[in-house]
Design a protein around this ligand. Sequence first.
Ligand code: ATP
Ligand code: MG
Length: 591
Amino acid sequence: MKAFELRQKYIDFFVSKGHKEIKSAPVIPENDPTCLFTTAGMHPLVPYLSGESHPAGKRLVDCQKCIRTGDIDEVGDPVHLTFFEMLGNWSLGDYFKAEAIEYSFEFLTSPEWLSIPIDKLAVTVFKGDADAPFDQEAYDIWHQLGIPEERIAKCGKKDNWWGPAGLTGPCGPDTEMFYWTGKGDAPEVFDPENKLWVEIWNDVFMQYNKKADGAYEALSQKNVDTGMGLERVAAVLQGKASCYDTELFQPLFGKLDEIRGIDVPAKRVDSERIIADHIRAAVFISADGIAPGNVDQAYVLRRLIRRIIREANKIGIDKPFVTELAQVIIDGYQDPYSELAANANRIKEEFELEEKQFAETLVKGTREFEKLIAKVPAHVQKKVISGKNAFFLYETYGFPLELTEDMARENGFEVDREGFDKAYQKHQEMSRKGAEQKFKGGLADASEQTADLHTATHLLQQALRQILGEHVQQRGSNITAERLRFDFSHDDKVSREDLDKAETIVNDIIKQDLPIVCREMTVDDARKEGAIGLFEDRYGNKVKVYSIGDFSKEICGGPHAPNTGRLGRFKIKKEESSSRGVRRIKAVLIK
Ligand code: ATP
Ligand code: MG
């Protein structure tokens, strides 16, 4: 079964069980400063899993675009991709364990759907600990459906528990489904450590609330959250050992062969797989409004593109090629994801520019490298490039260690690998601390300050549109309890004069103490009323439109202040470039 067919089947199956299909959210989370990317289907649904009512109802099904950056710098294994699609079905306080497991079982095994023989399947359930008991219920349901006892493994929190997302909140046990990918019959007894059993689907049962004192209490609204990896399941259903062997990747490999002017090779090498993996992720990140740059998502995108180019150099590609590969993804995925075709020109322009700039960086880095080795007198016996310098080349010019080592060798030098590792670890430690810092004031934080800053963001956007023009559109937003950060489309630096004007307009509206009103309406009506914001028909047919008096009308998920009066004084702290054609403003509310 082809991957796209699997996607449709999954949606059809759950629609036939009374679920509403909702659109994938962007891979860039909206209003969640705790994460750079959407990493799972549940991520955009957190507010609804925490009790807010979803406009499309209590039974939802979707296919969510996900980015997991855990292994950008490592060679991807056959089943872990940087970009992948996650199929999911959701019960928001509706059905629970019995139906969820029965649905999973029916979809996997029924001849009408995936028709997987039961003897190729195994499952895990939560074994219980001091916080919560063994999930006897899940165990019994699987057993009654026909999964033999030896194929039900009991595992601890590490494998069979989800959440909470922050320190407190909804959490619960899960049950994972595995498929036997080895030759011949599957072993009678299931061993989750055996890599030939591949995890394909995960049903999470949110039934507890973790409290601040560490205790777990039963949740009033019990939810089901599931995730099935599209590429991975397509691969196993096709009897392929790796996602890269599915039809999803063949056009990319074909294009690479064409660019290199070679016939189909007998075996694909790591470089080809990395290029194929990274170009998918890069195109999807870019399509959701990110341009290569030096911070956050923009930096991830830059690293992905640079890695693609380095790997391409390794297999002998020495001319510009990245846009051609991007086009393959755009062509292949434009049907399910219209944002690819809609942004095709911008994506390709930005990739082309990045490719050009990186070529220049490589030249500059090489010059820097030559300066470094020139400092070492010719008579020195053991010539070494220090770890610090190797890390400098890595950090500043994007030189991977192997590249520095290759160049060092050619010049009779050695690289202090240990020193490099130390410098690298120190840097990692610092980014980790930065990430932890980011977590504070995150998703779990729906405090008053955050709501006020949300409202201030709407005011700022409207003020900028009045001053700079209607081309100003939100390209990103990130709010912590302390400040707002707003990215918007605009080519040039905004003058201090215009920033002052924007401040004055916003503070004026705050003084008027206008009410903020939220109404749910269809996308069409929102458009007719002149609301700005993302018009994607994401949540069934209805969207929330927040109006601030007559001043601003915007589609948004909230939360917002009830009126502008309580916001305090609005102050712009900084205006800078975020990426090409996108400016960034940081601002605060002083109370
Ligand atoms: P694993 O243990 O195999 O890394 P996981 O526990 O991280 O998987 P979940 O977070 O439970 O995975 O995600 C649900 C499903 O999404 C998995 O069962 C798998 O099918 C798929 N999946 C997860 N990570 C990836 C990835 N990097 N690439 C492709 N599919 C993935
Ligand atoms: Mg899992």
